[in-house]
Design a binder for this molecule. Structure first.
Ligand SMILES: [Zn+2]
Length: 260
C-alpha cells in the first residue's frame, strides 16, 4: 500500500493521509482541505473510495463534505461517532478488518481516550502490521490530550493495551506533527536521553518547515516519555518513587504536558 502524507500548513499542523491500495482504491484519512487534497487524489487515479475519520473533532473532518461532493465517496467513522460526523455512511467496529485484496487490509482499533469515539487503523500486508494511522491517540514522541471529550485514564488503558504491543517496525502516521515540541518535553523530563537529543538536533537542522520525519514503534520506545514509565529519571522528576504505578506516572506526565 502506498501511504502519502499531506502536511497541512495550519497552526494545528494537521497531517492528512492518502492510501492507495494495490487494487487502485484510494482512501483519505482525516481531510482538512479538499481543495488541497483533490490534485493529489487525481494524480493517484481519482478513485476515492472513502474518507475515514479517526474521530469527530473539527480539524479531522473539515474536508469531508467537499470530498463527498467531488467524488461521491463514502465516509467511514467510529460507530459511536456516526451521529456526530456529517456525511458518515458507515460505522466501524472494534477489530473489524477491512479487506482490500492482494493481501492488504486495514484493522480497526477502538482507541478511546482523546475522545470516547476514536479509532486507529492498523495497515496490514499479509497479516503483518506495517503502519498505524493513529489520529490524536499517538503522536511522534507523545500521546493525545484529553481536553475536548477525553479521559486520561482511558487513554492510559488504550496506550498500554493496544499501542505498546505493536511490533517495532510499525510506522506511526499521526494526526498532527508535534515531534519537535514532544522531543523537547522528553528531554525536559529525561535530560540524559541521548537518542531524543540526537533526533532533536536532526529535526532542528532540517528547519521547522520540514514535516517528513516518520517514527517507528521501536524508536518511540526510546524517545516517547509516555512509553518510558519505568525510567527512574522520569519518576524522580515527577517526585514519584519506584513503587508508584505506571498509571500514576502516565497521568502525571499527561497533566504536566497539558501546560507545556
Ligand atoms: Zn482531536
Amino acid at each position: 500500500m502506498e501511504i502519502l502524507t499531506h502536511s497541512v500548513q495550519n497552526s494545528l499542523r494537521n497531517s492528512n493521509y492518502l492510501l492507495k491500495t494495490r487494487s487502485g482504491e484510494i482512501f483519505c484519512v482525516d481531510p482538512w482541505d479538499a481543495e488541497e487534497l483533490a490534485p493529489m487524489i487525481d494524480a493517484l487515479g481519482g478513485q476515492l473510495k472513502a474518507v475515514i475519520n479517526t474521530h469527530e473533532h473539527f480539524d479531522h473532518i473539515r474536508g469531508n463534505e467537499e470530498l463527498v461532493r467531488r467524488y461521491g465517496c463514502e465516509v467511514w467513522v467510529h460507530y459511536h461517532a456516526i451521529q456526530k460526523i456529517p456525511k458518515a455512511t458507515r460505522g466501524l467496529q472494534a477489530l473489524e478488518r477491512i479487506e482490500l485484496g492482494n493481501g492488504e487490509s486495514l484493522l480497526v482499533l477502538d482507541t478511546p481516550g482523546h475522545t470516547s469515539s476514536h479509532l486507529c487503523l492498523l495497515v496490514q500486508e499479509n497479516d503483518r502490521a506495517i503502519g498505524i494511522l493513529s489520529g490524536d491517540t499517538l503522536f511522534n514522541a507523545g500521546v493525545g490530550n484529553c481536553h475536548n471529550g477525553g479521559d486520561p485514564e482511558t487513554l492510559y488503558e488504550t496506550i498500554v493495551e493496544q499501542i505498546y504491543p505493536l511490533a517495532d517496525e510499525v510506522v506511526i502516521y499521526p494526526g498532527h506533527d508535534y515531534l519537535l515540541n514532544n522531543l523537547r518535553f522528553t528531554i525536559d523530563r529525561e535530560p540524559h536521553n541521548l537518542r531524543a537529543q540526537e533526533l532533536l538536533k536532526e529535526i532542528v537542522s532540517l528547519g521547522s518547515e520540514s514535516r517528513q520525519t516518520l517514527t517507528t514503534m521501536g524508536l518511540e520506545r526510546e524517545i516517547n516519555t509516555f512509553f518510558r514509565l519505568d525510567s527512574l529519571e522520569i519518576r524522580s522528576g515527577l517526585k514519584l518513587s519506584a513503587e508508584s504505578s505506571n498509571k500514576d506516572v502516565f497521568l502525571a506526565l499527561r497533566k504536566l504536558r497539558n501546560n507545556w
